[in-house]
Design a protein. Structure first.
Lengths: 287, 462
């Protein structure tokens, strides 16, 4: 079996998982939620195998010039979706809030579908500038950070959907009827948002630092204000603002949720928008 | 509120302004927002480009607002300055409170702490206080390390803590930002970015600064012995650019290294990075010529564009050369001049296909034996005495933020008092973050505690 086939299976698994989570929202039966989780886990295991397989294939195709599958746009998107599912499952271990799955798996599925439909998945040898171990560390840390922000964004959307209804609801908040009542308590959603950003922020910091180290090693400048670097700093500023907002009243809850969504929009722009709209050093080869 | 404000002095209000976290959030968001400008408007381009794209009036506006080089504009630097002041003031204001946890830990739990902590336990046992204290100390020691015992008002108190350093994580993070900025400033003031092109076989002791196009003396000499491009097999994709560099001082070789992209050479704080390359002067060829009529073979040296004599008044000249002609490898284009000086039709000879030219059936057939194309290697040269400081800052930032986010300061207090022949044990614990996680850990701890007390307590509570 080659990695392409495995990646197709992964996409199917994430699709089924997403459908199951939607069914869970409708049916509100725990077993359906559990099935959604297990399918996501199967998808993640296949996904890990597919990444390993692609790594192995790169050595078969390129001989000694093989490399970790983290070097072009296709590979970065596929690693991004892997990180999203991983972080969702890790947070699920702790919080057991399966409704969050319904707001996470669509990101993962969309990423997989997009990569497979629109992006070039050939395994090409690396141009000299990309032949650096820093590239691997840089991509891993950045994308785990991005994935954590994606999850925080999903949870923030849930928070905003629920908070208005909850505030106007009279009586015991934990007995709120309907779909929104089935969502985790807003307090928990707010907490998961913060927790996910606490994972994402140091990862993004490491991503920026490893990127700077790499640039310094390759060109002799750790920072040159090129659009990609600047946008990663913009994202970093936004989440730094978010973290400090926790200490001042008035910036938790709704505002924190909006800041998190805003932060993820900036993250997406940093990731994709800069390459599509602006120009700079960071163009992905062949994509 | 307004009354209070008129009571505080102006300096207090300025101080509060600079310490305020609201200011932090606003500055962070402003930095994010303004940084966008520089990614939309190209930085440091020639004036004509802005005028062509945005018009004269807008260009003048950009110049006034310093959008052309906005990351060095007074307002952006000012924003960064305000940010640093905010950071310093805020840390000065909050640090003493945190330092108090180290200098003056709360060894004796207040009744409030014992009664109201989210994580607490209470027992009453028949054993005497000293014995209970010893056993609890042992348990706490296993979980928390050092245990401090205090006697006060006839009660005995135990105190233990773990992870106090995580309280300092935020401060280490903040300090690291200042360190990184300091490193960047040092690099800007005492370092430079330059470039130099060195033709293979030659050397230089000067490089050209990017900012002023001024020559900068290196203080030593760098020679390039060889430059090479290697390609991936069966492809025109470059695999590596390499230069063999030698550093010379007073004519003596002191350092030798083959540099490539992502692997520079550093000597005396100055680093040379492989950056570009190009042709330098005419290529040099070794050509084997066979006179077809006689079978006579000549080995000749030729330079591109130069006429080389052949027998019987003929001559040839190489007019063009490429290292890679489509997929066929190195090739030269040449023509043979008749004895009357009339140039013949140009034709191509490929190095990898030596027999091909025989088929042309000319008077002479040519083989390309070897060639040498002198090239220059383009090097970026950087001196940055601040870069180590920047890395130190980055390291501290990771270390600081990880300890701030993922660890917490956990404390446990025990109060033992003898009451009506029994020993009353009160225990309270807290963590300064991740309370939910700590509660779970505390529940586990409590089971060990129960076992330690050996379930002798009839009135368990928790
Ligand atoms: C981009 C710059 C900054 C970064 C990366 C940063 C990072 C951090 C981090 C990681 C924490 C710990 C968060 C936590 O405990 O959950 C923190 C806390 C804090 N930060 Fe910052 N910070 C920055 C700028 C500032 C500035 C400019 C101020 C100044 C006013 C400030 C004031 C504080 C305060 C008061 C705390 C709480 C400290 C405590 O828990 O005792 N930060 N910061």
């Amino acid at each position: 079996m080659d990695s392409g086939t495995l990646f197709n299976l992964v996409t199917i698994a994430y699709f089924i998982s997403m459908v199951l989570f939607f069914a869970y929202l409708a049916a509100r039966t725990n077993s359906v939620g559990l099935a959604g989780n297990l399918t996501a886990l199967v998808g993640l295991i296949l996904h890990t195998a597919a990444l390993g397989m692609r790594w192995y294939e790169s050595y078969q195709i390129l001989g000694g010039d093989g490399r970790a599958p983290l070097t072009n746009l296709y590979e970065s998107v596929v690693f991004f979706t892997w990180s999203i599912v991983l972080i969702y499952l890790l947070l699920d271990l702790k919080y057991k809030q399966r409704t969050v799955g319904a707001f996470t798996m669509p990101f993962a599925l969309f990423g997989q579908l997009g990569a497979q439909m629109w992006l070039n998945d050939s395994i090409d040898p690396l141009v000299p500038a990309l032949q650096s171990n820093w590239l691997t560390y840089h991509v891993i840390t950045c994308f785990i950070g991005y994935a954590a922000f994606a999850l925080a964004c999903g949870v923030s959307i849930m928070y905003l959907m629920k908070i208005g209804k909850e505030e106007s609801f009279e009586g015991d908040k934990s007995k709120m009827p309907g779909l929104l009542g089935f969502f985790p308590p807003t307090r928990v959603l707010d907490d998961i948002n913060y927790r996910a950003i606490m994972i994402g922020f140091p990862m993004l910091t490491l991503g920026i630092v490893t990127g700077a180290a790499w640039a310094n090693y390759a060109w002799g400048t750790y920072w040159s204000w090129d659009p990609k670097e600047t946008w990663s700093l913009i994202v970093w500023f936004i989440y730094a603002a978010f973290i400090h907002a926790r200490f001042t009243r008035g910036w938790v809850g709704r505002r924190a949720a909006w800041l998190s969504i805003f932060g993820f929009a900036a993250t997406l722009f940093c990731y994709l928008g800069v390459n599509l709209v602006l120009s700079g050093l960071h163009s992905y080869g062949g994509a | 509120m307004s009354e209070k404000q008129t009571n505080t002095s102006l300096t207090d209000r300025i101080w509060d302004f600079f310490c305020s976290l609201k200011l932090t959030i606003i500055i962070l968001l402003l930095l994010a927002l303004t940084s966008v400008i520089g990614t939309l408007i190209q930085q440091n381009a020639p004036a004509e480009e802005y005028i062509r794209e945005y018009g004269q009036a807008n260009y003048e506006l950009f110049v006034k607002l310093q959008f052309i080089d906005m990351y060095h504009s007074w307002w952006f630097i000012g924003l960064l300055g305000l940010f640093s002041i905010n950071l310093i003031c805020c840390s000065i204001k909050h640090f003493p409170r945190v330092w108090k946890f180290v200098a003056d830990p709360q060894l004796v739990a207040s009744p409030g702490t014992l009664k109201n902590s989210a994580n607490r336990a209470e027992y009453a046992v028949k054993e005497d206080a000293a014995q209970v204290s010893r056993r609890l100390s042992e348990l706490l020691k296993k979980e928390y390390g050092k245990v401090t015992e205090t006697e006060k008002d006839g009660k005995s108190y135990l105190f233990a803590q773990k992870g106090i350093y995580s309280r300092f994580g935020a401060y280490v993070t903040h300090l690291s930002i200042l360190i990184i900025m300091a490193g960047a400033i040092i690099g800007n003031l005492w370092g430079y970015k330059a470039y130099v092109n060195i033709v293979e076989g030659t050397s230089t002791d000067k490089v050209w600064s990017r900012s002023g196009q001024q020559p900068v003396e290196l203080g030593f000499t760098v020679r390039c012995d060889d430059f090479d491009v290697s390609y991936y097999p069966n492809s025109r994709r470059p695999k590596d650019y390499t230069s063999d560099l030698v550093v010379l001082e007073n004519g003596k070789e002191v350092l030798k290294k083959t540099i490539e992209v992502n692997d520079p050479l550093t000597y005396k704080g100055i680093t040379f990075y492989q950056s570009s390359y190009g042709p330098a002067g005419n290529a040099f060829f070794k050509v084997k010529v066979t006179e077809n009529a006689t079978g006579k073979v000549l080995n000749l040296d030729a330079r591109q564009g130069e006429h080389v004599k052949l027998p019987n008044g003929y001559a040839f000249a190489i007019s063009n050369f490429t290292e890679n002609d489509r997929q066929f490898g190195p090739a030269m284009q040449l023509s043979v001049n008749a004895p009357d000086g009339k140039p013949g039709r140009p034709f191509v000879v490929w190095k990898n296909y030596p027999q091909f030219d025989v088929k042309r059936a000319g008077i002479f057939s040519f083989e390309l034996i070897d060639f040498q194309e002198p090239q220059y290697t383009g090097l970026q040269v950087a001196k940055d005495p601040g870069v180590e400081i920047v890395w130190l800052g980055c390291f501290l930032m990771m270390f600081g933020s990880m300890s701030a986010f993922f660890f917490s300061h956990k404390r446990v207090w025990v109060c033992l008092e003898t009451e009506a022949g029994k020993t009353k044990i009160q225990l309270a614990a807290n963590a300064h973050r991740n309370q939910a996680g700590f509660s779970l850990a505390f529940d586990e701890f409590k089971q060990k505690l129960d076992a330690t007390i050996e379930n002798k307590s009839p009135e368990k509570e928790g």
